[in-house]
Ligand binder design. Sequence first.
Ligand SMILES: [Zn+2]
Length: 300
Amino acid sequence: MSTPSQPLRQPGLIVYLCGLGTSALALWLVQIANDNGENIMGWYANGIIPAGAFIVGVGSGVGYAVGSRLLQVKLSLAFVFGMITTAVVDYFAAHYLTYLSIIELHHIPADRYGFIDYFREITEGMSFKSKSSGEAGSPLGMWGYFYKLLEICGYAGGAMVPSMMVFGMPYCKGCQQYLKKHRTGYLHAPEQWSVVKKLKKKERLAALQASIKDLIVRANEFTKPIAAAPLAETEAALATLDQTIHKDAAARITYTLKKCPRCDAHHLDLNLFNYTEDKKVANSTVATIDKTKVADGVAA
Ligand SMILES: [Zn+2]
């Protein structure tokens, strides 16, 4: 009989506070840069991608990710999406604090110059610096709102990135622990890159394709018997693989076994590394076998 697992811990208040902490820090640094004449939020790549806001967002979101990882809290998808709202609130809160500091500095009564007035002014008055002269261009007017919206989306999107990365990490629900890397093994293609490299491009492509195809067939044969096997059997099988990387192999599949620190729940990741006909390297995930559910009954 499997023991009923304990209810999942909700993303704790501490995780949330960690996120708010890094958000405040990131937005504070933006403010310092602003005071020194550098508007990080206004950095655009290709004139339209809000790269600066995105980077600031990633910095803001680090606290949620690190907090949940260290405290072994599994983030729910709802929490990750809930962060969009928090990020938008943080964004306006940061502007509001700037507004407060401006009216205080100039002793302006708030009823004469409200936050809306301030936001309209910075939005409609926004302009891009000319790349050649470094001088400010003409104000964007209504287009400013479009760019502010891009900025907010970039910031909120960036804030989600660190959490999305932790969200994708394998997790044992029974023990409420993130899995840890436990063992690796390599399956190599017999073809040597130093030989294949010398072929003409067309032949090189054909050789690589054949090599990868064979390797995947072998990987499937190897994986099938252990796909649902218990941990000990899976470990023993991985021990029969190559334990070091053969650098000259045209392709290889890396088996990574990740295990729960408390029980036998584990994950098996298959990753393909190969050279390409353009003499570059490529990495791709072939399969992920989640065996955390198989081991649930064994969990303490
Ligand atoms: Zn476990």
